[in-house]
Ligand binder design. Structure first.
Ligand code: PEP
Ligand code: MN
Length: 332
């Protein structure tokens, strides 16, 4: 249920209403916008007397929210959420270019790529240290050492780091990581999501291989209901009967998620296509669809990459793409 307050209401009276609602065992999410304050009620609202609340002179209107996702629902929070990572902002008109290799392989590799993507306009550095691989015989990532190498690359370039966490048990290792990525395969690892909701770090939540938008939003809800509202949604392609690409990029997810939720939405054209030459056109399509950012795999030597070389751009290709994306954003 949402309660839309009248403009410029007396704060004490608003707080009295909030306390009264909390006294009924409800959670109250307060969204104070520039023009309007909206109270989002979470919990069993079946016994709440809507007419009574609507009759209060400080209340503009009361509506039931039928969707099962509440905290991430735009009805609860009409204005875009802006996620901050140091000085970098994502959402609400702020566009973030995130780039880096699929996996951290060595100090030279990650530092070199970090410098190249920064020069091309990336504002965050990606790189996997813990890798969710389909085969247990494939490179599994440098793990804790990979995280240390990412921190070296951050120290060298100033770029905040984004990296995937696969297990709650590893959480202490991620203390000094800027953005925690939940990969497609873990989108419905509810224990992990709940635990990440207890941290104060931005979470980049990727859509699962075969998950609906509602399921993605419910996963964001797990994080937010545990107290962490800094969630970035990521469309990274889904399984369809497409036979020539790794996945199918659901471009329409961008405007649809923006309609349903106030959270920023970014797109990963690398995992969506699996083919480097398809990354630029899909990155442009995602930008045109209103994405709040892109996360792109870049490797200095894709032919010898330990993971996802086929979909990795070379630094000069990334530089060209970043310039085109900027141009496109200029005319949107
Ligand atoms: C990744 O970002 O390297 C990755 C494994 O992505 P996804 O979870 O989308 O497959
Ligand atoms: Mn990858």
């Amino acid at each position: 249920m949402i309660v839309v307050m009248k403009q410029n209401v007396n704060e004490d009276r608003q707080n009295q209403l909030i306390d009264w609602l909390k006294g009924m065992g409800l959670g109250v999410h307060v969204s104070s916008g520039e023009y309007q304050t909206v109270l989002g009620l979470i919990g069993d609202t079946s016994k709440v007397d809507m007419d009574l609340i609507a009759s209060l002179d400080i209340v503009e209107s009361v509506k039931r929210v039928t969707e099962t996702f509440k905290c991430c629902n735009r009805k609860f929070h009409p204005e875009d959420t802006v996620v901050s990572v140091g000085d970098v902002k994502i959402g609400g008109g702020n566009f973030a270019m995130i780039a880096g290799p699929c996996s951290v392989e060595s100090e030279d590799q990650i530092v070199g790529i970090a410098k190249a993507v920064k020069a091309a306009g990336a504002v965050l550095l990606r790189g996997g240290a813990f890798k969710p691989r389909t085969s247990p015989y494939d490179f599994q990532g440098l793990k804790a050492t990979g995280l240390e190498l990412l921190k070296i690359a951050r120290a060298e370039t100033g770029l905040p780091i984004v990296t995937e966490i696969m297990s709650i048990a590893d959480l202490p290792l991620f203390d000094d990581v800027d953005v925690l990525q939940v990969g497609a395969r873990n989108m419905q690892n509810f224990d992990l999501l709940r635990e990440l909701g207890r941290t104060n770090k931005p979470i980049l939540l990727k859509r699962g291989l075969a998950n609906t938008l509602k399921e993605l939003l419910m996963s964001a809800e797990y994080i937010m209901a545990s107290g962490n509202e800094q969630v970035i949604l990521c469309e990274r392609g889904i399984r369809t009967f497409s036979d020539y690409t790794r996945n199918t990029l659901d471009v329409s997810a961008v405007p649809m998620l923006h309609e349903l939720s106030h959270l920023p939405v970014i797109v990963d054209p690398s995992h969506a296509t699996g083919i480097a030459r398809l990354v630029p056109p899909m990155a442009m399509a995602a930008t045109a669809a209103g994405a709040d950012g892109l996360i792109i795999e870049v490797h200095n030597d894709p032919m010898h990459a330990l993971c996802d070389g086929a979909q990795s751009l070379k630094p000069d290709e990334f530089e060209k793409l970043a310039a085109k994306v900027n141009q496109l954003r200029g005319i949107l």
